[in-house]
Design a protein around this ligand. Sequence first.
Ligand code: 5RP
Length: 368
Amino acid sequence: MNRSALKQVNPSFPLLQVAMDYISIPPALAMALKVADEVDIIEIGTPLCKAAGLDAIRFMREICPDKLILADFKTPDVGGLEAKMAFDAGADMMTVIGGAPLATVQSALEEARKQGKEMLMELTGVRDIIARAKEWRELGVERMVYHRGWDEQDAARQWNENDKDTIRQLIDMGFKVTVTGGLNVELLPFFQELPVSIIICGRSIRETPDPAASAREVRNTIARLWGGSHTPPTSSGSNGTSALNNTAPMAIRYAVSEMGLMMTVDGRDCPGCDSPRRLCQGTQTTIHCPAGVSADNVVHTIGQFFGQSNAIGRVSSDVFFLDPGQLPGSSPHRVIELLTATGHALRQLGCQIDVGAGVAVANQIMSI
Ligand code: 5RP
């Protein structure tokens, strides 16, 4: 369970959180797959929350079942509902903006407690932090995010001794403090004397040639500066499945949508992976044949391109399936071949299919 998972961690040893500040889901998933083994918490960044909402959380939960996930909603109102939405979608933690009314803080906190999850106050823009912190403490808030925002960084705001004093006061008041805002390995020693709980890095991990190596370097630096070692906490959503096992079906679902095909789920039309109505289960994706084409023909023609395989099959006269779970090892290469074969087969049968768009998105999701 996540609250207890977070509490088991030695408070003198900060966890590493990576921020996915993207504006669409596929690059966030691709990046998560690259760095998941090196970080403790994956953040659905505020831009991604706004661009893709709860689906971003759901997909991240699907491909990273063992990781803690934070939804950086920075909620200003309707706290209980937004917290419930984030947690129900699979997040372990969510944030409320420091300027929110106490009633909003309280309702989000109540929902977090009800679900055994965490709500963090986000301090961006809060001027009287200690005064507000006293009020939040009375409500029972335990965690906060001390943040040097992007716009402040653009305006040349540097970390300084006042920040350190405030963070120390917050920790002395009993808060567990996350620090973030343009952090990298060079800046970490500045915080070394503070027992912060979580360190967030975004661009200094994502925007490097080898994000996994960068995350590892941050993690090793944290270990060197703060000492100790720990077993990363895992999410309550964990079912022990490896992240990789989930990517091939997701890549297929995204790709067939990009190709312009319509999936079916339990007889209902599925409007695609970006939809809250997406109900796919397991590794099989069932797809409507385009008008005028039979499933027998589709399966036969895909087989001509791909070879006979249990990964392709007929469901009904006008529905076929693709199942990467039937491909030995579900190697990304074979998944792309399966998609390419499907696209070319349908084209040969006279359908307008954008094979390139489908393959591109599948590659992005599986680019590990
Ligand atoms: C922006 C954020 C970012 O996620 C946070 O600042 C971390 O990003 P970076 O390390 O790239 O500054 O919350 O509002």
